[in-house]
Design a protein around this ligand. Sequence first.
Ligand code: FE
Length: 226
Amino acid sequence: MIFRQLFDAETSTYTYLIADRETRLAALVDPVREHVARDLALIDELGLTLAYVLETHVHADHITGAGLLRQRTGARSVASKRGAACADLHLDDGDLLHVGNLVVRVIATPGHTDDSLSYLVGDRVLTGDALLIRSAGRTDFQNGDPAQLYASITTRLFTLPDDTQVYPGHDYRGFTVSSIGEERRWNARVAGKSSAEFSAIMNGLALPPPRHLAVAVPANRSCGEA
Ligand code: FE
């Protein structure tokens, strides 16, 4: 598998490029609109064909590149069935998406948003904003629900093998990758905490709203094309 982690410094967002070496078919996960040219240049340089653009959820902090990418490449955009209606293909828990010979397994991990999906590819899981490195995505808007997020993390993600590599949707402190075993042990919000304790932590965060919330959510519901 070809696997690349790309970064948007403005919003600390990770975009992932995954591709099958044999068929050269690729998928981009959570592309940022401002980086469409960068991402397409990399895909071209690696000799890949973009088949799919996947969202882990409707983002509140950046605008997706999905619409531009599908216009320019003919790739199909993919989102949760609870996510952006503009997507060409809607996925739900347990679905399998084939990218050439690669198989992407969909794990529904709601709680940060109600449409949040994680994607398992081989021994890597792309967790969006459900599970972050030593942290978890905020739960105070877009139908976020801390009890639901606790259940997603502990029953859906922490039940994966310990050596599964965790690739999050964001990191604000410079971390790039973790593992399920590491997060089970060291994630301060979840490790050793009950659902009620986790909810108390999440409800007490008092974070300011994301700067681009009012623009980003409606834009992402139309795949960044509006
Ligand atoms: Fe998010």
